[in-house]
Design a protein around this ligand. Structure first.
Ligand code: KIV
Ligand code: ZN
Length: 386
């Protein structure tokens, strides 16, 4: 087994799709699932079958349409949910049941009105029951971010003994700091006696803007599965974004971790999910935002044109973005203007750059951003090409 392989578990169609306004039809979900397959995702969480007939049917149809990744369905820790998941997954070539229950004292007391002992018994029983349908059972310890580490270790040891092959340690409320979350994962590797029989999974929410940082801290402390969504969509402030984790591990390849993600497909699936789920990506979003590679200050544009690595740690082509999409503004310099005019076919030895640059500044003062159509207008029909 490759110790540094990080498995990517995508939950865009389950945790992401729970967001009000983001609901997809079954046909749309199949389109997204096929793109996730092409992207190289290892596990697709296709839905929560007991939650609605539509979700159930989507899991059935995705199981038929997508064959490469493992198809996963979510359940609570009860036999009715697990039966529905097993039924919905019946056509999947490789199937996973993802069952679980709360692990923090807050959830145990105020959500389940129960005790730690009873909760561990329910967790154990749910995993044992799910194993009747598949050898691939993942257990989630909801709100593990706020759970007592010693109790969490006890619970995780019990579910692995019951047959869980992946153990998910969610920071359900996005509460942890990276140091705390990393230490929690490390604690489990050191205090769960049978931990070598399961893969530790990290599932982080972004309430404090730390989902990606916590996910990476988890990996660096022993987790080998990351749970993410495209564009980081998800309830409230969202989940860990797949593209950020994939590109962090790729950029910092010296750490030794690797995934199966074909990064060149990232931008395409990002725009697909953005449109289908009606959830606009913020312009300055890392990796896939409109401005993620757009250097607008003159100093930066000049530096990038001289040598890309001056101001870019990522190559836009690596995520499937056309690198020519640099925005020109009133702060752009002559070098950037010349570069774009040449790109559009203008022969600069026949052009007075100083004169064109003055006209460009006047135009840029009136418009926030100058695109190719504006440049063509600036140059007019005259003397410029050939
Ligand atoms: O955030 C969470 O705890 C979850 C679980 C259902 C895995 O989404
Ligand atoms: Zn979640």
């Amino acid at each position: 087994m490759d110790k540094n392989r990080v498995y990517v578990f995508d939950t865009t169609l389950r945790d992401g799709e729970q967001v009000p306004g983001c609901q997809l039809t079954t046909v749309e979900k199949i389109i997204v699932a096929k793109k996730l397959e092409a992207l190289g995702v290892d596990i697709i969480e296709a839905g929560f079958p007991i939650s609605s007939p539509g979700d159930f049917q989507s899991v059935v149809e995705i199981s038929k349409a997508v064959t490469e990744p493992v198809i996963c369905a979510l359940t609570r820790a009860n036999t009715t949910d697990i039966d529905a998941a097993a039924e919905a997954l019946r056509f999947a070539k490789r199937k996973r049941i993802h069952t679980g229950i709360g692990s923090s004292d807050i959830h145990i007391k105020h959500k389940f009105n129960s005790t730690r002992e009873q909760i561990v018994e329910r967790a154990f029983a749910a995993v044992k029951y799910a194993r009747k349908f598949t050898d691939d059972v993942e257990f989630f310890a909801e709100d593990a971010g706020r759970a007592d580490n010693a109790f969490l270790a006890q619970m995780i040891e019990a579910v692995i003994a019951a047959g869980a092959t992946t153990v998910n340690i969610p920071d359900t409320n996005g509460y942890c700091l990276p140091d705390q979350y990393g230490a929690k994962i490390k604690y489990l590797t050191e205090h769960v006696s049978n931990i070598d029989k399961a893969i530790i999974s990290v599932h982080c929410h972004n309430d404090l803007g730390l989902a990606t940082a916590n996910t990476i801290a988890g990996v660096m402390n022993g987790a080998r599965q990351v749970e993410c969504t495209i564009n980081g969509i998800g309830e409230r402030a969202g989940n860990t974004s797949l593209e950020e984790v994939a590109m962090i591990l790729k950029t910092h390849h010296g750490l030794g971790y690797h995934t199966n993600i074909n990064s060149k497909g990232i931008y395409e699936i990002s725009t697909l999910v953005e449109k289908m789920m009606r959830m606009p990506v913020q312009a300055n979003k890392a990796i896939v935002g409109r401005n993620a590679f757009a250097h607008s200050s003159g100093i930066h544009q000049d530096g990038v044109l001289k040598h890309r690595e001056n101001y870019e740690i990522l190559n836009p082509e690596d995520v499937g973005i056309n690198s020519n999409a640099i925005i020109l503004t009133a702060r752009s310099g002559r070098h950037a203007l010349k570069h774009h005019l040449e790109r559009l076919g203008y022969k600069m030895d026949k052009i007075n750059l100083d004169e064109v640059y003055q006209r460009f500044l006047e135009m840029a003062d009136n418009k926030k951003e100058i695109n190719d159509a504006d440049l063509l207008q600036l140059m007019g029909d005259g003397d410029s090409k050939n």
